[in-house]
Design a binder for this molecule. Sequence first.
Ligand SMILES: Cc1cc2nc3c(=O)[nH]c(=O)nc-3n(C[C@H](O)[C@H](O)[C@H](O)COP(=O)(O)OP(=O)(O)OC[C@H]3O[C@@H](n4cnc5c(N)ncnc54)[C@H](O)[C@@H]3O)c2cc1C
Length: 292
Amino acid sequence: MKDFEYFAPKTVEEALPLLSRYKGEAKIIAGGQSLLVVMRQGLIAPEYVVDIKGIADLDYLAYDEREGLRIGALTTHRTIEKSPIVQKHFKALSEMETNLATIQTRNWGTIGGNLCHGDPAGDPAPVLMALGAKLKMKSLSGERIVAVEDFSKDLLEVDLGEDEMLIEIRVPVPRPRTGVAHEKLMAMQGDAGIVGAAVALTLKPGEDVCEDARIVVSNAASVPLRAKEAEKRLMGKVIDDTLLAQAGDVASEEVDPPSDVHATAEYRREMVKVFVRRAAARAFEKAKRMGH
Ligand SMILES: Cc1cc2nc3c(=O)[nH]c(=O)nc-3n(C[C@H](O)[C@H](O)[C@H](O)COP(=O)(O)OP(=O)(O)OC[C@H]3O[C@@H](n4cnc5c(N)ncnc54)[C@H](O)[C@@H]3O)c2cc1C
């Protein structure tokens, strides 16, 4: 690995001037679970590394019945998984975290680092997209908010300026009768998903009619992908097993999966059918019970 100069700011106010001064030459490191992999592979070789892991102010979870959940960018996967607030109000998020990597990686890797790495196989982005979450970014020029849905641009490319930091993830309170579920195909527990699917379904009061649907598929395109045609297939209809299977079939036509050592594109397409259907079926059951 090429030598680099190392900084360890303790506040956002200390970190931002460093990113501005060394714009284009500096790289943020949080837990290092993804960054060090690409640095060791020689894919990137920053002159300056800004270690933000010590910024305690960005490690928090806060819930408000109106505003929803706010997650500091440096909150670890393990903290989210184990949080009673998340388990009570956003069960799908803690379920997703339980299947993400190993406990060691979850203990050190951060939700912000996961999103900023921009891996289309990442698990948090699809669930956050299904939940309609937004990101707060900050630089010396100010703050901006971007929907998680608009954040991924291409393989390992996200909408993040070279002098910007992700500060916070904001997850709105789901509407009543909304169920959210995440499913991923793993060769072994904790493996990156060969494909994954996150589904949020909202039902009409007192009926099994779909009022709103968000279906997001991971590792089946260069970015986490909303399967909008599959969503349309559910809207306004009474949900049953046949309809959910149709939604899976439609989603499998919308994706553009890669072939790699883990699976062929054809296999991934087949698995999108199965995993969208499964996630949607669980989301439906949760919605009927009013769960999130
Ligand atoms: C063995 C193993 C298994 C894994 N399995 C899974 C899995 O099943 N599912 C899954 O989703 N992920 C998996 N991962 C990926 C990993 O968990 C995440 O990518 C990790 O959480 C990244 O967080 P980090 O804090 O370590 O980020 P880092 O590696 O420190 O940073 C990653 C990228 O984000 C940038 N960055 C970090 N924080 C910020 C910020 N606040 N603002 C701006 N840019 C920032 C960095 O510059 C870098 O480009 C696995 C990783 C390993 C090592």
